[in-house]
Design a protein around this ligand. Structure first.
Ligand code: TYD
Length: 207
């Protein structure tokens, strides 16, 4: 028996966390147990790698960055995602492999193939059934959340050009992969939530 694996992707500040919270409430209300987790993170090892990548202040090359994300992912899949899917549960993950493709592959310039090669063993065939892509251009979202002008970490702190490349990466993946569901967010977060629920129901992922 295999559960369902849903990932959420998108650029910084597009309202992913709000939508994840609304989805969590919906699944609780409708008695559909699900595990909510995030990348990089989800295990002690992966959370430690997360702070190394995002907040250590170390200089990290694009290649090493890609390996660090992949190592965090390997631990997360092995300890959390795979066992839960094998138990038949719904797993919802805030970012996954597609973030590595968009950020390290496109924006850092490593290329899609290299990022896929680095991640092949880490992912071990454990791919999402559905990827909700919150499709909002950085021109609309970048550092606008809460009027924030200072970034939280070394990736968020990259230039507008970098984040524009991340967006192009996601758009290209969305055009290529049928598991991608682009959701154009409405001004009303509940309207966006309704679009996400409808898309997941339509695909038989949730009830
Ligand atoms: P996070 O605070 O989770 O960002 P957000 O709230 O926007 O989701 O930080 C994760 C950062 O790491 C984010 O800038 C995206 C980046 N990232 C990668 O570059 N590659 C990856 O494989 C993953 C999972 C995240």
């Amino acid at each position: 028996m295999r559960g369902k694996f849903i990932t959420f992707e998108g650029c910084e500040g597009v309202g992913k966390s709000t939508q994840l919270r609304l989805l969590k409430d919906y699944l609780e209300k409708t008695s559909q147990p699900a595990i909510f987790t995030r990348e990089p993170g989800g295990t002690e090892v992966a959370e430690t790698v997360r702070s190394l990548i995002l907040n250590s202040g170390f200089e990290i090359s694009p290649l090493v960055e890609a390996y660090l994300f992949a190592s965090a992912r390997a631990d997360h899949i092995e300890k959390v995602i795979k066992p839960a899917l094998e138990r038949g549960e719904i797993v919802i993950c805030d970012r996954f492999l597609d973030s590595s493709i968009a950020y390290q592959g496109f924006a850092r310039g490593l290329g899609v193939e290299k990022v896929l090669d680095i991640n092949r063993e880490a992912v071990a065939g454990c791919m999402p059934d559905c990827t909700i892509f919150i499709d909002m251009h950085p021109a609309m979202s970048w550092r606008k959340q809460n009027g924030k002008t200072v970034a939280n970490d070394r990736i968020e702190n990259e230039s507008r050009e970098f984040h524009d490349k991340v967006y192009s990466g996601f758009k290209e993946m969305a055009a290529r992969e049928s598991r991608f569901v682009p959701i154009i967010p409405s001004a009303d977060k509940l309207e966006t939530h309704a679009k996400i629920i409808a898309a997941l129901k339509e695909r038989g992922i949730i009830a």
